[in-house]
Design a protein around this ligand. Structure first.
Ligand SMILES: [Zn+2]
Length: 340
């Protein structure tokens, strides 16, 4: 088949900001028949191809049979002259957040948000190779970076669904302050940390951008608060499964708050992508007792527009009230019915 004859690859893309629980959600949804939890694919070229970090299965990227087959397929399709690491470096450069305002403006004016680039075909080829080599009919991508989501949205070879997972920014900011081993390499690298003001600004920008790109009412978009998901994992993840055409009964629940996870081949993400076996889902709300009043105040101030929109209290002494998930979608994209 020529590339034009391939049906688009179905992708479930996670939008939102870092430390919002997307990794465990990806691992759970990745247990669905026909789903492949790929981790944060925007990092594949850097952390996989170049740095050979550990795959979710525990093998180095270069030794993982799944990724070895996917990369061999890419080379066979594209020819040996394609420099995959260079594509990854150019991609991360093209998708810098500084370019987001211009992209959103062009999008608002009805123009193509990101200029077409010769590397775009390599991005689509990657998802096609994953689907072909794994037999998956749904690739789950936890990338979250708004410009990367925009890029995927523009690719005709990708059939995009979106899960926008939002978590209380006081919880995410607290998580960004903590030191934690990445478990990505044999030697103990630590996860990136971020100052409170910076993680707060990013929370606001990334979540409000996701709201702008993937609108309420779109049948291909689910917007879920992490706190609501933890209060009712079966119900909330069941809605996400139904959105992508899967049977919610196939989700790996052993009990309403417990799942059975087989290893995934996630290429990058939080360290809990390596967790397997029986996992109990519970709220990580240590921030409520351990976060300083000053940090809470900074976060609350810098995330105020989003707090209102996502119905989080300004006063954090009041726990957020669980609510039913809202199905949301956006304006139709260039192809009708496509998640924007
Ligand atoms: Zn693997």
């Amino acid at each position: 088949m020529t590339p034009q004859e391939h049906p688009p690859v179905r992708v479930l893309y996670f939008a939102g900001s870092g430390r919002s629980g997307t990794t465990v959600v990806s691992n759970i949804l990745g247990q669905l028949p026909g789903a492949f939890a790929a981790g944060e694919l925007r990092y594949l070229w850097q952390r996989g191809v170049e740095q050979d970090h550990l795959c979710g299965c525990g093998q180095p990227f270069s030794a993982c049979p799944v990724w070895t087959a996917v990369m061999a397929r890419l080379r066979a399709d594209a020819g040996s002259e394609r420099d995959e690491p260079a594509i990854g470096r150019r991609l991360l450069g093209r998708l810098r957040m500084a370019r987001l305002p211009g992209a959103l403006l062009r999008d608002a004016l009805g123009r193509r948000a990101l200029p077409a680039h010769p590397d775009d075909i390599a991005v689509t080829d990657l998802y096609r190779a994953i689907a072909d080599q794994t037999g998956a009919d749904l690739v789950i991508d936890g990338s979250k970076l708004p410009p990367y989501g925009l890029l995927l949205r523009q690719q005709p070879g990708i059939d995009l669904y979106v899960l926008h997972l939002v978590r209380d920014p006081r919880a995410t900011a607290f998580s960004w302050l903590r030191s934690k081993p990445t478990r990505d390499t044999a030697v103990g690298a630590q996860m990136q940390r971020q100052e409170t003001w910076k993680s707060s600004v990013l929370w606001t920008v990334w979540n409000l951008t996701a709201l702008r790109l993937w609108r309420d009412g779109d049948q291909r978009v689910c917007r879920v608060r992490y706190e609501d998901l933890i209060a009712d994992p079966v119900g909330q993840l069941g809605r996400v499964a139904a959105m992508v055409g899967a049977d919610p009964a196939d989700l790996p629940f052993l009990a309403p708050d417990r799942v059975q996870l087989a290893p995934t081949h996630s290429v990058a993400g939080n360290p809990n992508r390596h967790d397997t076996g029986e996992i109990t889902l519970r709220a990580d709300d240590q921030w409520r007792t351990a976060m300083s009043r000053r940090d809470r105040a900074v976060v609350t101030l810098l995330t105020a527009p989003g707090l209102r929109r996502f119905r989080y209290p300004l006063d954090t002494r009041t726990p957020p009230r669980p609510r039913t998930v809202r199905r949301v979608v956006s304006r139709s994209a260039t192809s009708a019915g496509r998640a924007r």
